[in-house]
Design a protein around this ligand. Structure first.
Ligand code: V47
Length: 371
């Protein structure tokens, strides 16, 4: 630490806080963003990661299920949605969903990540019956389903409050909620990027109710488009404040914007430096969120692996088929085998831990005890 102090005297107070596990202020996080010494920021984030997760690096054997690409929200950053009636619009029937999931069973899938567009005429019962049917047929698979944005839509369809809707969906089989739809909470960015989507305040309010109802969730942040560093920090600050209240966020997932086939004009994709800095600052700032995910689908496996030394402790999962980022030009593979994930983690010097959606240990090396 003395070496760092000599070279980064102006950040010594932040280094001291990070080393002691003292909470960083927004101003501290801004100063880290302004610092160009990536390895310094990574080193501090690595201290925080180690304190929270030791050498464990998690992954899950999962699958994504995108039941429809038809959406009324028409978010400008999204290349996945189709307007009703488009030639390549689709909505899976419930039997098609059962058949798709049937195929995953033999692969040892623990988690289904289910999200879709806000379809103009699927009834509320479709969503409830989807969960109930999946639960009945595949009782061992965790159902991580429907973003806060979809939950808001379903409450509108069912004519009930968000709380009652969540209770009903939980009774049908909803286990947890993925982190999507958060984008950037600040209204000035939301107004430009996704003017028809629920507000940041509404997203947070639904997350609060879900957590109060015993339904944990993740949280995401879409970065690398129109936002400034202050918008990112505002986003992180709001998540940290809610997490202090509920403790319901399991993980935070920064999502690097991919611009192809969208109508958001950005000159460049996010850079490796920005991706790693954002993960590291998230690890340092969100001291109350247990896990930081390096989502290899968006980052690419190599940056995701390096992220394990920049604050991340989770690579998400095997996935197999990913539509949202690949519609927007992602060039990563759509699947990683369990063995590939284990190899990436081991060669980063970490201990691979296969988890379920709630971070219970499914498998770990024989000589390792998970603390
Ligand atoms: O909500 C949409 C984002 C999200 C683009 O909870 C885009 O474990 C980049 O939420 N470029 C869906 N991103 C993905 C998501 C997620 C992924 C992995 C794990 C978890 C989790 C959640 O993808 C959307 C939106 O924020 N997105 N379009 C795009 N062009």
């Amino acid at each position: 630490m003395d070496h760092w102090r000599r070279h980064h005297g102006e950040l010594a107070d932040i280094a001291d806080k990070a080393a002691a596990g003292v909470r960083l202020s927004t101003a501290d996080a801004r100063r880290l963003y302004e610092c160009n010494n990536l390895t310094f920021i990574g080193y501090l984030a690595d201290l925080a990661r180690n304190r929270l997760n030791g050498d464990n690096a998690y992954f899950v054997v999962n699958r994504h299920l995108n039941y429809t690409n038809v959406c009324n929200n028409r978010c400008r950053f999204c290349a996945f949605f189709r307007p009703p009636g488009a030639e390549d619009a689709y909505a899976m029937t419930l039997p098609e969903i059962w058949a798709a999931v049937e195929q995953y069973q033999s692969a040892g899938v623990r988690e289904l990540h289910i999200v879709g567009g806000l379809h103009h005429d699927l009834p509320y019962e479709y969503y409830r019956d989807m969960l109930a049917g999946l639960r009945r047929r595949f009782p061992d698979i965790h159902l991580k389903a429907f973003t806060m944005v979809e939950i808001d839509h379903f409450a509108g369809l069912s004519g009930r409050s968000v709380r009652e809707t969540l209770r009903d969906l939980k009774a049908a089989g909803l286990d947890s909620i993925p982190g999507g739809g958060a984008e950037i909470f600040h209204h000035s960015i939301r107004r430009q990027l996704c003017p028809h989507k629920i507000s940041g305040e509404r997203w947070l309010e639904i997350a609060r109710i879900a957590h109060q109802e015993g339904i944990p969730s993740n949280a995401t942040m879409l970065y690398g488009h129109l936002e400034t560093i202050d918008h990112r920090l505002d986003h992180l600050q709001r998540l940290r404040t809610l997490q202090d209240e509920t403790g319901g966020f399991l993980s935070f997932v920064p999502l690097a914007f991919h611009a192809a086939h969208t109508v958001v004009d950005v000159p460049y994709a996010t850079t490796g430096s920005d991706d790693l800095k954002t993960l590291a600052i998230a690890r340092l700032f969100l001291d109350n969120v247990p896990h930081i995910k390096a989502y290899w689908i968006m980052l690419g496996p190599k940056i995701a692996q390096i992220a394990l030394s920049f604050g991340a402790d989770d690579l998400d999962g095997t996935i197999m088929e990913e539509k949202i980022t690949h519609s927007a030009g992602a060039r990563t593979a759509q699947a990683m085998t369990r063995e590939e994930l284990v190899h990436l983690i081991r060669s980063a010097g970490r201990v691979p831990i296969e988890r379920d959606a709630l971070y219970n240990v499914v498998w770990c090396p024989e000589d390792h005890t998970v603390r």
